[in-house]
Ligand binder design. Structure first.
Ligand code: AKG
Length: 373
């Protein structure tokens, strides 16, 4: 059973749990989260924060069957909070999130057989297998689906089981094959150095699904690397370079007959705590740098250093996709590339699509809900 009492000036409540934990809940936080202020079906907040004084005071606190009842001094209102709710929402601690999976960094010694893998049939038919696989994919940022149907729609069918597809200027899906009049280097037979897709977009696509329908040409091997590993090592080895790449935005641009999509972004994206959340590395669509001349030399040094790391065997996994395999990777973390191939020796065709991180994580949460009950 919890204990609760007013904290000092009646603008907070101290709660203690039998296991020794304790927390202080500010009055305005409790008023804002009073269960009566949420729609019972949609679970959205209907309470209007501007309807109360931000310095709202607590009149009385009582415990009833382990639940906390708060009577507010003004407004003739009481709020009731379960002990479980209080425990799950102690201020200053991260709330439990099944999609919150700790990244596991990998380097160049990793091989295709080390990657999380599942058959397409398992993912399509088994929710708990899908949940485990999505969590593993989030952990490593790269996984493989085997036994894909020899059907151009098969990759999208798996992707749609996770979330709706992220459409881009290349469409809902894109065909990676050597084509006449290519609008993108991916549609040639040229080598592609390790890169992330579409950093020219306001928000680069999240998870990428690349279904290998045929890989019969000479060449055309695949490369992958973990951008988080590179960022982690760069920070340790060259903190000045890391800081420049995390703070100076550079222009990215894709243009063709129908589009001219440009955005400035940093190569390394940090969150409020300084953790790396994203990398944007794509020399093909990095546009002409526009930082002041006196920053260029130091920036180029840092930029060349990180590009050099994406070429280093210590980070690069070299493999080959076979027809019937599909890689799934977090395009904002894992870089992908390929060796040149000779289209006169055989057919090579990959079909790709994206599901953004938000939908991917939502699927993990919803599947966890079902699997937890
Ligand atoms: C891309 O579409 O961005 C690629 O890098 C294609 C990869 C491949 O052809 O293996």
């Amino acid at each position: 059973m919890i204990t609760a009492h007013l904290h000092g000036d009646a603008r907070a409540i101290d709660v203690a749990w039998p296991d020794g934990r304790s927390a202080t809940f500010p009055a305005i936080f409790l008023r804002d989260n009073c269960p009566s202020g949420f729609h019972p079906q949609t679970l959205e907040r209907e309470f209007d924060l501007t309807s109360v004084d931000v310095d709202i005071e607590i009149g009385d606190v009582s415990l009833d069957n382990g639940d906390l009842t708060v009577t507010w001094k003004a407004g003739d209102h009481t709020s009731r909070f379960s002990a479980d709710w209080l425990s799950a929402h102690t201020p200053g601690t991260a709330f439990d999130d099944p999609a919150d999976v700790m990244p596991e960094i990998w380097r160049g010694t990793t091989s295709k057989t080390d990657l999380p893998s599942a058959t397409a049939a398992d993912l399509l038919s088994n929710d708990s297998r899908l949940l485990a696989f999505l969590r593993e994919t989030k952990r490593t940022g790269l996984s493989i689906v085997t036994d894909m149907a020899n059907d151009a729609e098969a990759g999208m069918t798996v992707a749609r089981r996770i979330g709706f597809l992220r459409e881009t200027n290349f469409g809902q899906t894109f065909e990676v094959m050597s084509k006449p009049d290519p609008t993108n280097l991916a549609y040639t037979s040229h080598a592609l150095p390790l890169h992330t897709d579409l950093p020219n977009q306001e928000l680069a696509p999240g998870f990428q699904f690349l279904h290998c329908l045929a890989n019969e040409a000479d060449g055309g091997g695949s490369t992958f690397c973990d951008g988080f590993a590179i960022a982690q090592d760069l920070k340790a080895q060259d903190p000045d370079a890391f800081n420049l790449l995390a703070t100076v935005p550079i222009p990215f641009r894709f243009q063709d007959n129908g589009y001219d999509i440009r955005n400035h972004h940093t190569v390394i994206q940090l969150d409020h705590s300084g953790a790396v959340t994203e990398l944007r590395i794509n020399a093909h669509i990095a546009s002409v740098f526009d930082m002041p001349a006196d920053q260029m030399q130091t920036y180029y040094r840092a930029y060349q250093t990180i590009l050099g790391m994406t070429r280093a065997p210590a980070y690069v996994m070299t493999t080959r996709l076979e027809g019937g395999e599909m890689v799934i990777f977090d395009n904002r973390r894992a870089l992908h590339g390929r060796a040149a191939f000779d289209p006169s020796t055989g057919f090579r065709h990959l079909r790709g699509c994206y599901v953004d991180r938000g939908e991917f994580e939502s699927r993990i949460r919803v599947l966890s809900r079902v699997n937890a009950s």
